[in-house]
Design a protein around this ligand. Structure first.
Ligand code: SF4
Ligand code: SF4
Length: 313
């Protein structure tokens, strides 16, 4: 029997730098897989073909790590002060991308956590992911008691909001689980639906990714965007639906210290400076940033698209 228990594991998780943590078991998510398949068939996935792959893993995460006994779900907040508007000379960028790439930060925190767990119990082991494996992360966060899925399809943590990254640690240790979050607190609110510049959020709670600015700026790989696409001044991601959510307006927490302080060298870049860098120079200079995912070309494509349509946020 392991010396590790839920309380101790949670304490070590918070010491590793995460802001919230919940624990659940692996679940067979057949209904979620069916909903995803229906959504894909309706054409909402756009170019995200990866959503059609690894369906058996998506349904059953024990296929990712057969030894898994407990699923630890972590949240790491990245909200910014009101003074941060995301405006850059090239256009608006989402808050999540203003600092260091979250994959790097969360990976390092999970490594530290796993080391601490192994110091107490050398048989402890696990695999961790953040947006890097076919896992229904939001549903696991709900099952771990962390919050509910809002009408904008993102997880909302009561009294903290939705501006956070979700991390998953599959552990080979049996731990006491948290009760799933069973209630939904959107009520009659529809602020996100009304604020979405492209009407991407359906009345029935589905998200049409093809209409979503976040999808268009980040996931679409073509050299040019379709002329009908409206980016509404954004060049990377979009926060419009989260910015109006009362749970963010009232409760969102500013991480102290900010693990993702805005990178001013990145945010001050203009068109000429970007053009003066080769693709390699750009990737090297900003290798710590999530914005390198589509390279310099991706950012310029989005900037020029806004410029051609004369769209300002
Ligand atoms: S991210 Fe932007 S475009 Fe996408 S659903 Fe939210 S408000 Fe709409
Ligand atoms: S804006 Fe309103 S409807 Fe949308 S997620 Fe927030 S509380 Fe729910």
């Amino acid at each position: 029997m392991s010396v590790l228990n839920s309380g101790l594991v949670k304490q070590l998780t918070l010491s590793a730098g995460f802001h919230s943590v919940g624990i659940t078991k692996p679940h067979l998510l057949s209904e979620h897989l069916k909903t995803l398949q229906t959504w894909v068939s309706a054409g909402f996935k756009g170019e995200m073909d990866y959503l059609e792959k690894n369906q058996s893993i998506r349904q059953d995460i024990t296929l990712l790590y057969p030894e898994v006994k407990s699923v630890l779900v972590t949240l790491l907040h990245y909200d910014k002060p009101v003074s941060f508007t995301g405006d850059t000379p090239l256009g608006k960028i989402s808050k999540y991308a203003a600092g260091t790439d979250y994959h790097l930060v969360i990976k390092s925190q999970f490594s530290e956590l796993l080391t601490s767990l192994q110091q107490l119990d050398p048989s402890a082991n696990g695999r961790f992911f953040t947006d890097s494996a076919p896992i229904f992360e939001r549903e696991y966060a709900r099952l771990a008691g962390l919050g509910w899925i809002g009408k904008h399809t993102l997880l909302i943590e009561p009294r903290k909001g939705s501006f956070f990254f979700i991390g998953i640690l599959l552990l080979n240790i049996e731990l006491e689980t948290d009760a799933p979050f069973e209630t939904q607190h959107c009520g009659t609110c529809r602020a996100c639906i009304d604020a979405c510049p492209t009407q991407a959020i359906g009345e029935d709670g589905h998200l049409d990714s093809v209409k979503c600015i976040s999808y268009q700026t980040i996931e679409v790989k073509t050299p040019e965007l379709h002329q009908d696409v409206n980016l509404s001044g954004w060049i990377w991601g979009c926060d419009s639906c989260q910015d109006v959510c009362p749970w963010n307006l009232k409760f969102s927490e500013l991480p102290e210290p900010d693990v993702f302080p805005p990178d001013l060298s990145l945010l001050s870049f203009n068109e000429d400076q970007l053009l003066s860098l080769s693709e390699n120079q750009f990737r090297k200079k900003f290798s710590h940033s999530a914005l390198t995912r589509r390279g310099k070309k991706g950012i310029l494509r989005n900037f020029w698209h806004n410029k051609s349509k004369n769209t300002k946020p």
